[in-house]
Design a protein around this ligand. Structure first.
Ligand code: SAH
Length: 347
């Protein structure tokens, strides 16, 4: 018999499962609290359930817990990069960033990625599989257990394209923000997408209060196609229309992510193009100096270029920040750590 992935069930789904196995509904609430508030790793910890019920749970359910394969801590800023093992032997990476305003965790949404962005290490070996809601939750639970402190912010910006794993992503958002679980504020969650237009609109219709970040990286379709294969499918004008729709439906300001690549997208003309796209949307622009990966020959923009790019946006009253670099000394860029791990295992 196939075991049910209990940690991917919402509380009401769990109630139905309890009834199916002849248990009272209220048992679901107790189980849900053990799983999603007390972050139990095993049924045996659930001391207000009888031994018989714990055993019954073991027969019907599997309990997803990630194993900590490695953890590196930056000596510069305390950023921690975790490599977690999944039950099928795959690994994913997650990052903890410690800010004055709280702990922020960046999670992966897939094992690998099939979007093919040229500068990104996560996509070099393609997509292996989607992560389940439980595996996304467990990245946060694992880090919470490890540091013994609350995580208050989540960014879905690790390996994978969240809009390519839409249903699991939405379920994850519902569960991590559930008041019966960790109850993280929707406003403290950011989901980043390379721009899968139909799912951006679908997400808008969920009417969450989460922030949607669009990885733009170029201001003309031509240049965007060079950097991101997804641009062959959706044009910038379709993307802007989807962003407008997201704002209309949720009232949440969009973030544009723009990775500056030396000599590719960092000219004053690019900055002007970005002003034109950003202004009508009243969005926030996040500039990311590209983090070079050894498999590609993209380089960082010159310091003056980055400064001039930012100045151009500011002069035009566009809200802009340069992404603070964290954890440069510990394989900062997406997918680097997992890749290094796999390469090491192959050798
Ligand atoms: N698939 C999602 C989320 C993952 S990546 C997306 O595309 O948005 C999070 C951000 O980091 C994206 O904007 C991505 O384009 C960017 N990124 C990936 N590799 C990078 C690198 N080597 N240097 C700078 N930014 C990178």
């Amino acid at each position: 018999m196939n075991l049910i992935d209990i940690k991917s069930l919402t509380c009401s789904e769990l109630e139905r499962e309890m009834e199916k196995i002849g248990e009272k509904k209220f048992r679901a609430k107790q189980l849900y609290e053990w799983l999603h508030v007390k972050l139990a790793k095993d049924f045996s910890e659930m001391t207000n359930l009888s031994k018989a019920l714990q055993e019954k749970c073991r027969e019907h359910f599997e309990l997803t817990v990630l194993s900590k394969v490695t953890m590196q801590e930056s000596k510069i800023d305390g950023t921690r990069k975790y490599l977690f093992g999944l039950s099928d032997g795959n690994v994913v990476e997650s990052v903890l960033m410690r800010y004055k305003h709280g702990n922020s965790v960046c999670i992966s949404s897939q094992v690998g990625c099939r979007m093919g962005c040229r500068f990104c290490a996560s996509t070099l070996d393609g997509l292996v599989r989607n992560l389940t809601p439980a595996e996304m939750l467990e990245q946060i639970y694992g880090i919470t257990r490890d540091i013994g402190e609350r995580v208050s912010n989540i960014v879905v910006m690790g390996t994978g394209e969240p809009m390519d794993n839409y249903d699991n992503l939405v379920k994850f958002v519902r569960m991590i923000t559930d008041e019966k679980g960790l109850n993280i504020s929707q406003r403290n969650i950011t989901v980043s997408t390379c721009g899968i237009v139909p799912n951006m609109k679908k997400l808008a219709d969920e009417k969450f209060q989460i922030t949607l970040a669009l990885s733009l990286h170029a201001v003309t379709d031509e240049k965007r196609k060079e950097l991101m294969p997804i641009a062959n499918k959706y044009s910038i004008s379709e993307l802007m229309e989807a962003c407008r729709y997201y704002f209309e439906q949720t009232g949440r300001r969009i973030t544009f992510e723009y990775s500056l690549v030396g000599g590719v997208n960092d000219t004053q003309a690019d900055a002007e193009g970005l002003v034109k796209l950003a202004r009508p949307l009243n969005c926030h622009v996040n500039l990311i100096p590209v983090n070079p990966i050894k498999e590609r020959d993209y380089v960082e923009s010159e310091k003056q270029c980055i400064q001039a790019f930012q100045n151009k946006l500011e002069k035009n009253r566009i809200n802009v920040t340069i992404r603070r670099e964290m954890g440069r000394d510990i394989d900062g860029a997406c997918g680097q750590l997992r890749r290094r791990h796999i390469e090491g295992a192959e050798r």
